[in-house]
Design a protein around this ligand. Sequence first.
Ligand code: SF4
Ligand code: SF4
Length: 99
Amino acid sequence: MQYWRTPLDAARMTGAHGDVVIIADRCKGCGFCVEYCPLDVLVMSREFNRKGYHPPAVVKSGGCVNCNLCEMICPEFAIFSVARPPEAELQRAAAEGGP
Ligand code: SF4
Ligand code: SF4
């Protein structure tokens, strides 16, 4: 992220992250979650679910900011995100060479 003035605690702050859970067989393939995810974390997959629709899939692992928009917008309650614990996020950031 680009700052006009770097915050003093920028190195310690990792921001919010979430893990997306998709209940594929509930999905009706409307594409709302893919269309409206602000960070383009999702795409429609080529898989078929039990109803014959294409459910979404995560393409940007680690890109979800746990905004819950996909959960709010899904008409079938087929997708939601779970906040990533800060410890896990710090470990992931450390493994990737910093936040
Ligand atoms: S919670 Fe927000 S950022 Fe994460 S997949 Fe859903 S819409 Fe995208
Ligand atoms: S908004 Fe819900 S029903 Fe529509 S594609 Fe996404 S998961 Fe499937």
